[in-house]
Ligand binder design. Structure first.
Ligand SMILES: *Cc1c(COP(=O)(O)O)cnc(C)c1O
Length: 220
């Protein structure tokens, strides 16, 4: 399938999900290009995509160096010792999930990095992320790191979750985001939610996603 045909389907879905949502927000589509070539990623950009997501440093750098005029999102877990290789090329980091990572970003970044705090809303042991009940204190403790701006919260639903469970996880993330936003912390505007992938983006939009991360259904 051509990317532009996939994108048309997704854009229609977005309109429909928005109309079923109390938030009526139009999410930014991040094309997750981790499984595909730079050529295919360029096809997405030609189709109108302005945001690309990668979860590994190698793929991130390759796309960043070969594709112009795109916003680059690092969506994978980031090892502390690898921060220096990539952080100054990242427009948005979706996986801030621990204080040691924040410290390293503070040390290595040349300027403020837009970060999503990754939240483990499902409580699965295998998932990265801050526990929901610790998000507020974690966010507050980032105030001293002036190279970090908390733009929002990010989550991933477990693969085996059903629709009811997925909706509950996304609702929970949205509530947490609104709660942090309400604190009006200068370093943490927290206006965004990064949630929803190929199989669950419609639910995510209904629950107020502002960034959706789509791989398979868009470029796969
Ligand atoms: C791979 C990946 C996606 C996209 O997954 P699809 O199911 O292919 O849409 C989104 N978010 C993260 C963090 C990923 O690693």
């Amino acid at each position: 399938m051509e990317v532009k045909d996939n994108l048309e389907v997704i854009l229609n879905d977005i309109e429909e999900s928005k109309s079923n949502s109390p938030y009526h927000q139009t999410p930014t589509i991040i094309a997750v290009t981790k499984y595909v070539s730079t050529e295919r990623a360029k096809e997405a950009v030609s189709a109108g995509i302005k945001d690309l997501g990668e979860n590994r440093i190698e793929g991130f750098i390759e796309k960043k160096e070969n594709i112009d005029n795109v916003t680059m999102h690092f969506i994978g877990s980031l090892q502390t010792r690898k921060v220096k290789e990539v952080i100054n090329q990242v427009d948005y980091l979706h996986s801030l999930d621990r204080m040691s990572l924040a410290k390293e970003i503070q040390k290595r970044a040349d300027k403020k990095v837009k970060c999503f705090i990754q939240v483990n809303v499902s409580g699965e042991d295998s998932k990265h992320g801050i526990k929901p009940e610790e998000v507020q204190s974690f966010t507050q403790s980032l105030a001293e790191y002036d190279n970090i701006e908390v733009v929002g919260l990010m989550t991933m639903a477990p693969l085996e979750a059903n629709e009811i469970e997925i909706r509950a996880y996304f609702k929970h993330l949205k509530q947490l985001q609104l709660k942090i936003q309400e604190l009006a912390l200068p370093h943490a505007p927290c206006t965004e939610t990064s949630m929803g992938m190929s199989n669950d983006y419609k639910i995510a939009i209904e629950e107020g996603a502002t960034f959706i991360r789509i791989g398979t259904k868009l470029v796969g």
